[in-house]
Design a protein around this ligand. Structure first.
Ligand code: FES
Length: 169
């Protein structure tokens, strides 16, 4: 397996208290910091977080899925059929961006996290294309001109990557 290119070097031995996940590896700094990531093409696979509670201002009829759930399920269906899924899908219940729903975030170790809004289930394919470009970007930055047309104005904001610190004595 290719070495992960992350902020932390791969751990050579077991890390106390951590259990490797399927398809994942441990990345750690020292012996007290550990995060499990999925590896694709030698780098950590980005996580695509989809808010499953976005209702885009609509009241739901009983039994109706909200718009966020429909977006999540549309992305999940495309990922299941994808020959090389570019992202790992995660569910989130509210980004506090409800006025801009449907909302998603994409993140990976050592990269900017981006929050996108104004989405719908019909954009699932475009989100995967964006996810593949994000995965190929060293910083996570994807210029509007390199995004699918539907996502050029969708970015709400971005957040710096988390940099763990050694615990103070
Ligand atoms: S319910 Fe989706 S961002 Fe709040």
């Amino acid at each position: 397996m290719a070495e992960a290119r992350g902020r932390w070097p791969p751990v050579r031995g077991p890390v106390p208290g951590c259990v490797p996940g399927p398809g994942g590896r441990h990345l750690a700094r020292g012996r007290t910091r550990c995060v499990i990531v999925e590896i694709v093409g030698g780098a950590a696979k980005p996580e695509l977080h989809v808010c499953i509670t976005c209702r885009i201002g609509r009241d739901l009829v009983p039994g109706e899925d909200c718009a966020g759930r429909r977006l999540h399920d549309a992305v999940a269906a495309r990922l299941a059929a994808h020959p090389a899924p570019p992202v790992a899908l995660r569910e989130v219940t509210c980004f506090s961006a409800c006025q801009r729903g449907c909302a998603i975030a994409i993140s990976a170790p050592g990269k900017w996290t981006y929050l996108l809004g104004g989405l719908e289930a019909g954009l699932a394919e475009d989100l995967l294309a964006y996810g593949a470009t994000y995965a190929a970007s060293a910083s996570g930055a994807v210029l509007p001109s390199r995004r699918p047309e539907s996502l050029r104005s969708a970015v709400i904001g971005r957040i710096p990557s988390f940099v763990p610190q050694e615990p103070s004595a």
